[in-house]
Write a protein that binds this ligand. Sequence first.
Ligand code: ADP
Length: 340
Amino acid sequence: MSILSSSFQKEVDAQENILRPKYLTDFQGQDRIKENLSIFIKAARERSDTLDHVFLIGPPGLGKTTLASIIANEMDAEIRMTSAPALEKPKDLAGILTNVTEGSIFFIDEIHRLRPVMEEMLYIAMEDYEIDWVIGQGPAARTIRIPIPKFTLIGATTKAGQVSPPLYSRFGITCRIDFYNENELESIIKRSAVIMDTKINPSAIKLLAKCSRGTPRIANRLLRRLRDYATVMGNGTITDDIVMLSMDRLGIDLQGLEEQDRNILRTIIQFYGGGPVGAETLAISVGEAIESLEDFYEPYLIQKGYLKRTPRGRMVTPLAYDLLAIPHDRKTDENQGILF
Ligand code: ADP
């Protein structure tokens, strides 16, 4: 797995935790989200109330987990973190919900992967602060309602479209986190370099920001690799030359694309006439897991304007032909509905 796509994996990364901002003031960029959250947090604190349930949407590595822990810090509340795949049985969820403390935060990552039976338990918990629990078996079985403390649920997802409408509608606050612009990434890199006690030239910061795929987790991971290259191949300071040499060795270009990005676009052009092609077929063709195609590669290719998601499948745009220096046949493309 490449250094970039490994950011799709949620491995526990001690280094990542060191760089994780703790309060809203340290969280760079996403100004609208920060302003709104700080108002809602302040209002809840003034009323001595719990914060409304929060739904965080965005590609991996953009700060959903970070925001959840920031909200807990700003609310001065305890936080319990889990992910939907870790909740195998209703009793796992019931166990957590009956043990939350008043005003605490419960964070569920990848909430789109929650099983329906647990979603139902969550609806009632979110709305009425109670859970339904079945005791006994067979004809003697009966359901009792157990009250639970008032808590705030923070749900995070890379796929908002896969969250069922009843669950979605129970979140009072929704934040869509977008890719970061270069200025925002530069501030993140500067902050991380200070924490890591690493010297990096201002122009090298700009170059690294361009290569970071709009994603703080990638910026931080690349910064750590650059520090290695600078230590071994330079004098310890990250310069433009170190960035260029490292990106070349890591197979990353100056807009953050790696070989698999180009491979995806090339495959759609060469094997599927530019598209449309279904995501599953495409994933098999490029030897990638469907989740990493959909969650990691596609969002950035779409944001950069190389790829489109259509109801009939994925299609490349004329920019993809230009990127790969493949001549495009206007007639064919017009037949397929691509606009030039
Ligand atoms: P997600 O949960 O969306 O996959 P994380 O919250 O785990 O992403 O963020 C990944 C890393 O990126 C964190 O360790 C944090 O250091 C960094 N990060 C994310 N967003 C920001 C931000 N806005 N400002 C500074 N660092 C950030």
